[in-house]
Design a binder for this molecule. Structure first.
Ligand code: SAM
Length: 531
């Protein structure tokens, strides 16, 4: 089978920087990196190691495996090291009584070279090689293809992917596609031109825009790629080549999960994202169909209500400005664009030892920097979405902060909990939590767009009787700024007078433009001081 496929394979690899497979294609033992040393020593001591060829981690792409799909699941499970062996002694290496290979006495005519073996072998446990390590990690004996991809991968991960993917077995098929045939550019450069040029890159997760990998060209590419799936009937997965594509992409970005955005429905108060998972294990609450590629029914999401939040959904993680954030991308969003506002909050000197109420806490975009950088002593964080509550709780712990989720506590119990430096997360509607921190806050953050007006009455109640700061978020069309500030001051004055009837001094000390939200619409924050 190997011999038969070589001709075809070579025709696929002309453009890919691979060397033509020579008659005696190199064979190698693939060993998981944690037992590779033991295997290498055993092979060397027994005379099987091909010393003319370098040992290399599989990920470094010096060698690729022609029949990768047959063992892709196992090969994805570990970091493998490729240890080349003498191809003409593969038969004896697989024999259950294989002893040392004695090149002086054993005949090794060319007619018993490894080509007559099936293309890949998990090394049986009952062979001396299978027993060379004291672990149960699977070893493979496979033909490999030496590549010339020794050039350093590009720093831009997408360029590195475009450079390396065409040197992989599935990627080598790209040279066939009409998209690339006849192109003046090499396959890698042509591929780079259709790959997304924007993404959000977090520690373990990469999120692409909603139009990424979507076009008639991509449809054609994925369909052709899928048609090259293994003819090996033991392979149960139908989507292996596409999974393999995203596996390489994830590997190049050094993340475990990939997804594509679907825009947040504007009327969803919980700010639940809609994303198209592309790669990774998304946990038991999610049935992954790769529906876009296979036109299967859309995914099914279990609503967070009544869902056990401790079950292992995927939690993304990032660090911004030395603050750890974590969130479940299927259920909550991370707003990467608010970084300037998070920094401003972090650097503000006003919060020292103060009590802060965050009316719309999310996963802690502001709550965490209030505690970590701005020096707040207590933050009451109100949040409706239980997935965001859990993200904030985990995030606080990751940052080494004390945190408690408060659901039914009385005012007295909350006062007692607030004696130490802590984040108290009030799970539920902020309006219902106000009595627990009424008349205690130095600062109230109102971080909801397009408008946080529904929480202005609660925010004013939360302020200390002598007053304090309100940080009021809003989306405004260009030219609406003056009228909105007048409306804000009038509304707050009315609410403050209802709280305590006195002559209040109200001042919009600063108006910050956070980001552009839509054409001619900006997200603003007004810092209002009341005394
Ligand atoms: C825009 S996100 C907050 C993000 C963060 N403050 C920011 O600006 O980046 C708004 C959050 O408020 C929560 N929320 C909406 N209405 C709420 C309410 N009445 N009480 C408590 N939380 C609410 C949503 O679940 C969501 O997590």
């Amino acid at each position: 089978m190997v011999e038969e496929s070589l001709g075809v394979f070579w025709s696929l690899t002309k453009n890919t920087g691979m060397e033509r497979p020579n008659q005696a294609m190199p064979w190698a033992v693939l060993a998981p990196s944690n037992c590779a040393k033991q295997v290498k020593i055993w092979l060397e001591e027994h005379g099987y190691r091909d010393n003319k060829l370098k040992i290399s981690p599989l990920a470094r792409q010096q060698y690729v495996i022609e029949d990768f799909d047959a063992h892709a699941t196992a090969l994805h499970a570990f970091d493998y090291v490729v240890i080349p062996v003498l191809s003409y002694c593969c038969h004896s290496l697989l024999a259950s009584d294989s002893g040392p290979y004695d090149s002086t006495t054993t005949e090794h005519p060319k007619d018993i070279h490894a080509g007559s073996l099936p293309p890949s072998h998990p090394v049986p446990q009952n062979t001396p090689l299978g027993q060379a390590t004291d672990s149960n990690y699977p070893l493979f004996l496979l033909p490999v293809i030496k590549t010339s991809a020794s050039t350093k991968p590009h720093n831009n991960p997408m360029r590195a992917f475009a450079q390396l993917y065409p040197t992989t077995p599935f990627g080598a098929h790209l040279a066939w596609y009409d998209v690339f045939v006849g192109s003046e550019e090499d396959v890698g450069t042509a591929l780079f031109h259709i790959l997304p040029n924007k993404w959000e890159h977090y520690n373990n997760f990469c999120l692409f825009p909603d139009d990424a990998f979507k076009s008639t060209t991509w449809d054609r590419l994925f369909e052709t790629l899928a048609s090259h799936r293994s003819t090996d009937t033991s392979s149960s997965s139908t989507d292996l080549p596409i999974q393999n594509f995203f596996h390489h992409l994830a590997h190049t970005f050094r993340v475990t999960h990939l997804a594509r955005k679907i825009n947040i429905p504007k009327d969803d108060v919980l700010r639940r994202p809609e994303i198209d998972p592309l790669y990774g294990d998304w946990g038991p609450d999610y049935t992954h169909h790769l529906f876009h590629f296979y036109r299967q029914p859309t995914h099914h999401m279990v609503p967070p209500v009544n869902h056990d939040l401790q079950t292992e959904t995927f939690w993304a993680h990032t660090v911004q400005n030395n603050v750890h954030y974590t969130w479940a991308p299927l259920h909550t969003m991370f707003s990467a664009g608010n970084i300037s506002e998070k920094l401003r909050v972090a650097q503000s000197p006003n919060f020292r030892s103060g009590v802060v109420v965050d009316m719309y806490a999310g996963i802690g975009y502001f709550t965490l920097p209030y505690m970590l950088h701005a020096g707040a002593s207590l933050v009451h964080a109100c949040e409706l979405n239980p997935w965001s509550v859990e993200g904030l709780r985990r995030g606080a712990e990751l940052n080494g902060l004390k945190v408690r989720v408060v659901q039914e506590a009385t005012r007295e119990e909350v006062d007692a909990m607030g004696q130490e430096r802590i984040i108290l997360i009030h799970q539920g509607d902020n309006a219902k939590a106000v009595y627990r921190f009424e008349n205690t806050a130095d600062h109230v953050n109102l971080g909801l767009i397009p408008s946080s007006e529904a929480a202005w009455p609660g925010a004013v109640k939360a302020l200390k009787p002598e007053g304090g700061w309100l940080h009021v978020h809003v989306n405004l069309g260009v030219g609406e700024e003056i009228a909105w500030q007048a409306h804000l001051l009038r509304s707050l004055e009315t609410l403050l007078n209802a709280k305590i009837n006195k002559k209040w001094i109200l001042d919009i000390v600063h108006l910050e433009r956070v980001k552009s939200f839509a054409p001619k619409v900006y997200h603003w924050v007004a810092d209002v001081h009341a005394s």
